[in-house]
Design a protein around this ligand. Structure first.
Ligand SMILES: Nc1ncnc2c1ncn2[C@@H]1O[C@H](COP(=O)(O)OP(=O)(O)OP(=O)(O)O)[C@@H](O)[C@H]1O
Length: 652
């Protein structure tokens, strides 16, 4: 039984509503060891017949039987496998892949075999040596002569040791010398027990083989045996075909990106700018939030809660005549003390417009004096100590430096008399006076601040018959996590008449509000960055579509070599993902670089790193880049995979 047999092959092309019959009932048998030339007039259907034999064409009627098995040309997978394992192609126009080296062009085919990596490379080098190209392995196709290119194509066709070699006008583009060499190689191949089928117009080629089949008007009109076929060695091929492993697609994608470096660099740069903006704005959001957090926590202990009396809007003016509405009774302080998680409670006092006597010759005025509380961090005391009984810590700028610009520390230890006005329980003004010792100097950075011992302030009010109930209290909560809970609890406390009593304010509540604004601003910026990301995505889509258009021929070659639709899809998807990945890396580098410079510049002003890019930002950027590039590749990759391999091969 013949190795390859064709029975009743009919094939027509359809252009518009016109049917063009090309093959009109072809039945042929071929055997291993034959070198068959197919002759016939131009347009007679020779290439069409080769595409059917080679497993590229699926739209015909009739049967093709290979090695006793009928080839089901309706099953794409079976045809992929057939091309991969059994057929090697040699074309008139060589059809090498331009961005791969000579060695890689041969390896493309070998990657679909069960050989090990070393064996594949070894075999590729041996094949190149056999066709006289041992020293050209690192060159690209554009650096070779026509004859050399055809020999690379022969090496590639032989790589998988296929049983059938199809050569479509293999010497059509070669001069006399190269033609002779290629014919000698084809004869050698047949002599190794392969079936060589060559399409040709040349009598020289035809007579180099063992048999000539002539095609006319879609039928065989002559079948001439010139010589007996070569004897077939008994040993079957040791090389087995396998589907293309995914990593080869990734590697090929990388090689293509590398070969067209500058073109791809521009795409990567364009995409990276969008990602970079997202990353930088995200980092800025983090930085600003951290800065505000730090600024607020410098002055206010995050574990403290400030409580004031709750005064409904309609009673705001009543506080003037009845100051007790805005102050805390002992009972109310007790009520607050009993709230769960409250660790410490400190009443708050404030004297306003305090006149300082006996401090040098100048008249010094303090805008306000507050009581020292756990609210303040110890580090605001720049000289001396925290004020104790009958002591005060004075503001550095508005008091100590007025006393002595240079030697402001010498104010510590001085005795001063304070004079101010307060109100009694009826809201009437009372003049007050108190002599105290200056225990320390306060530098609060943002505003003037004089601090006095709480008990001393209360005593001063009581001595002068003024109202001595505190107007606010500061609560220290046991743990930071309980601050919100305590705040809510206090806000919900009611008096006997079921009226709300207190309003609690925490550093967290101030922070929360500011952070909401910062978040909003960050989101607005991120939206702007998002728009540039859309542009980036479009850029990848357009470049992938262009890539598919540019590489149509390559797609045809890869399909002819046995790559499946899925392999082609994977090639383009992995290339797009690679571009996405490189964009994310570049964007991260740019964001860190520019972020560093911005931080350097802003550090002079804010003493803080305003751009804080965190691992989560980077994680999101990479995820975004990969999702975008994957989505961008979907359509172009699908289109590439759907291309008819015959049309793709005939692309210019
Ligand atoms: N995709 C197609 N759509 C329509 N007609 C086609 C298509 N491909 C080939 N044909 C037509 O089918 C006929 C046979 O083409 P084919 O390429 O098989 O001929 P050939 O014998 O190989 O020609 P040549 O020797 O010039 O290469 C031609 O008339 C051609 O115009």
């Amino acid at each position: 039984m013949a190795f390859l047999s064709l029975r009743d092959i009919y094939k027509s092309y359809y252009v518009g509503d016109q049917t063009i019959p090309v093959l009109k009932g072809i039945s042929l048998d071929f055997n291993l060891g034959e070198f068959v030339s197919i002759l016939g007039e131009s347009g007679g259907g020779k290439s069409t017949l080769m595409n059917i034999i080679g497993g590229l064409d699926r739209n015909f009627s009739g049967t093709v039987t290979v090695d006793g098995q009928v080839l089901d040309h309706h099953k794409e997978k079976q045809l992929d496998e057939y091309r991969r394992a059994t057929v090697g192609y040699i074309y008139q126009s060589y059809n090498l892949i331009s961005h791969l080296t000579v060695l890689d062009n041969v390896l493309v085919s070998l990657d679909m075999t069960n050989l090990t990596r070393e064996e594949r490379e070894q075999r590729a080098r041996t094949l190149l040596k056999d066709v006289g190209l041992a020293d050209q392995a690192k060159k690209y196709p554009s650096q070779l002569s026509g004859g050399q290119k055809q020999r690379v194509a022969i090496a590639r066709a032989l790589a998988k040791d296929p049983a059938i070699i199809i050569a479509d006008e293999p010497t059509g583009a070669l001069d006399g010398e190269n033609t002779k060499e290629v014919l000698a190689i084809l004869n050698q191949i047949a002599a190794q027990g392969k079936l060589v089928i060559a399409v040709t117009h040349s009598q020289e080629v035809a007579h180099a083989g063992t048999r000539i089949v002539h095609l006319a008007d879609g039928k065989i009109d002559d079948d001439q045996i010139l010589r007996p076929p070569y004897p077939v060695p008994g040993e079957p091929s040791q090389i087995e075909a396998r589907p293309l492993p995914a990593w080869v697609s990734y590697q090929n994608a990388f090689k293509h990106v590398k070969y067209h470096f500058w073109q791809n660099f521009l795409i990567v740069l364009g995409t990276a700018i969008g990602l970079f903006a997202v990353l930088l704005f995200g980092g800025l959001g983090n930085g600003v939030k951290a800065y505000i957090d730090k600024e607020i926590n410098t002055f206010i202990n995050p574990q403290s809660v400030n409580v004031m009396r709750y005064i409904p809007d309609d009673q705001a003016s009543a506080v003037q005549t009845n100051p007790q509405l805005g102050s805390f009774s002992d009972q109310q302080i007790q009520q607050l003390r009993s709230v769960k998680h409250v660790k410490q409670i400190q009443p708050g006092y404030q004297f306003q417009n305090v006149q300082v006597d006996q401090l040098g010759s100048k008249t010094i005025n303090m805008a306000n004096v507050s009581n020292w509380s756990s609210d303040y961090q110890k580090r605001i005391i720049k000289a001396g100590t925290i004020p104790g009984k009958n002591e005060i810590a004075v503001d550095k700028k508005t008091v100590a430096k007025k006393y002595s610009t240079k030697d402001w520390r010498s104010v510590v230890g001085k005795q001063v008399t304070l004079n101010w006005t307060s109100v009694n329980k009826e809201g009437m003004p009372v003049k007050l006076t108190k002599t105290v010792r200056i225990a320390g100097v306060v530098d609060y950075d943002k505003s003037a601040l004089n601090l006095m011992n709480t008990a001393t302030m209360k005593a001063a009010l009581q001595e002068g018959q003024a109202m001595a109930d505190p107007t606010f209290v500061t609560i220290r909560v046991d743990q930071r996590e309980h601050v919100d809970q305590v705040q809510k609890k206090i806000d919900g406390l009611k008096n006997a008449k079921h009226q709300r009593e207190f309003t609690a304010v925490t550093a967290g509540s101030i922070l929360g509000e500011i952070n909401t604004i910062v978040d909003l601003a960050t989101n607005v910026l991120a939206t702007i960055a998002g728009i540039s990301l859309v542009v980036s995505a479009l850029m990848i889509i357009v470049s992938m579509f262009m890539s598919v258009a540019e590489r149509t021929k390559e797609i045809g070659i890869l399909r002819a070599l046995g790559e499946s639709k899925r392999d082609i899809r994977r090639l383009f998807t992995s290339e797009s993902l690679l571009l996405g990945l490189l964009s994310a890396i570049l964007a991260t580098g740019l964001a860190f670089g520019l972020g560093y410079l911005i931080n350097l510049a802003l550090y002079q002003i804010a003493k803080f790193d305003m751009i804080q890019i965190q691992p989560a930002n980077i994680g999101w950027t990479f995820a975004l880049a990969l999702v975008i590039s994957f989505l961008a590749a979907l359509l172009p990759a699908r289109r590439a995979a759907k291309l008819n391999p015959i049309d793709a091969l005939s692309a210019d």
